[in-house]
Design a protein around this ligand. Structure first.
Ligand SMILES: Nc1nc2c(ncn2[C@@H]2O[C@H](COP(=O)(O)OP(=O)(O)OP(=O)(O)O)[C@@H](O)[C@H]2O)c(=O)[nH]1
Length: 301
């Protein structure tokens, strides 16, 4: 900093919008620099003199300590991302953003010693807005707008990932294709909007029959698929039958309209040497059988 005198340097550092901390290897806040943007940060200067474990929930404090140790022992910058719930933080200024915030942290090992101990510079940046936006975009890109189920692309990606690691899986996985019977008639007789409502209600019933690990997707107009990791043919058949029965059991009502609806289903079990298109072809073949044998039934391939 040849061109800056200590006064100038001190002013510049104190006005940095993002905060920086000096933390010793045992987790003591040695110094607080910058962090003047009150829209994004609380004042961290009251933290100085305290330890991570006094300020943060214990699991987070221990995690930070391990990252600090890693930066020092590897002598490399650690880049981390973490959430902080402002309500759980002690010793910070009152003014600032609220709720759970997302931060990016860069932990830089320092060679000078502070209070006789090794230390790091922790540069933090509030990335909450970008993180939330990315999350929303990811959800949008994976979801079907009408039903809220996953979309076709997400299902195909999931199958692809599963098959690429399937030799490590100890249990079978299955895929069910489901297709609404004579849906064109519902549309033609009652209009597209009623048809949409019928699809939504079918999905709601379908979802009641699934476990948390199962993935239901809308893969076409009135076509759905359920990927069941950890389900053999017998288990998948039970699930498909339950879905078929719950849809057959009572008609769908939209306003004054009462419409009996049924679905047909085709099931296949994933083999470790399958590729995605082989799995889809078999499930489709089983579904076609269910349709051609009279609909409102489950078939396997
Ligand atoms: N309401 C609504 N209808 C859709 C949507 N996507 C596709 N469809 C309709 O779904 C119907 C599908 O008709 P078909 O493929 O002939 O099948 P189906 O009448 O169900 O007959 P089977 O499958 O053979 O039992 C068509 O009328 C499409 O217009 C959608 O998003 N909303």
């Amino acid at each position: 900093m040849e061109n800056l005198n200590p006064e100038q340097l001190s002013e510049v550092v104190s006005l940095l919008p993002d905060p920086a901390f000096i933390l010793s290897i045992d987790g003591k806040y040695i110094a607080y620099l910058g962090g003047v943007d009150r829209q994004a940060y609380h004042d961290g200067s009251p933290l100085v003199g305290h330890y991570l474990k006094d300020v943060l929930p214990i699991d987070k404090a221990l995690w930070f300590l391990s990252q600090i140790e890693k930066a020092i022992s590897d002598n490399e910058i650690q880049i981390v991302e973490y959430d902080l719930d402002i309500a759980e933080l002690n010793e910070v200024g009152r003014e600032g953003p609220e709720g759970v915030l997302r931060y990016e942290g860069k932990i830089v090992p320092l060679t000078s010693k502070f209070e006789g101990k090794r230390a790091v510079l922790l540069l933090t940046r509030n990335i909450t807005r970008r993180y939330k936006l990315e999350k929303q975009l990811r959800i949008l890109s994976e979801t079907d707008g009408l039903t809220g189920l996953f979309n076709r692309r997400f299902l195909l990606d999931t199958l692809e990932k599963y098959l690429s690691t399937s030799r490590y899986q100890s249990q079978a996985a299955s895929l069910i294709f489901l297709d609404v019977d004579f849906f064109k008639e519902i549309n033609d007789q009652n209009g597209h909007l009623v048809g949409d409502e019928v699809l939504k209600q079918i999905c709601q019933r379908l979802e009641t029959q699934l476990r948390t690990q199962d993935i239901a997707a809308r893969i076409g107009g009135e076509e759905f698929a359920v990927f069941l990791p950890e389900a053999c043919m017998e288990e998948a058949t039970r699930v498909a039958e339950r879905i078929r029965c719950i849809i057959d059991a009572s008609p769908v009502t939209v306003g004054e309209l009462i419409m009996p609806v049924t679905i047909s289903a085709g099931i296949t079990v994933l083999a470790s040497d399958d590729d995605v298109s082989q799995v889809l072809t078999r499930a489709d073949k089983a579904l076609y059988q269910a349709k051609s044998l009279g609909r409102n039934q489950v078939r396997r391939a």
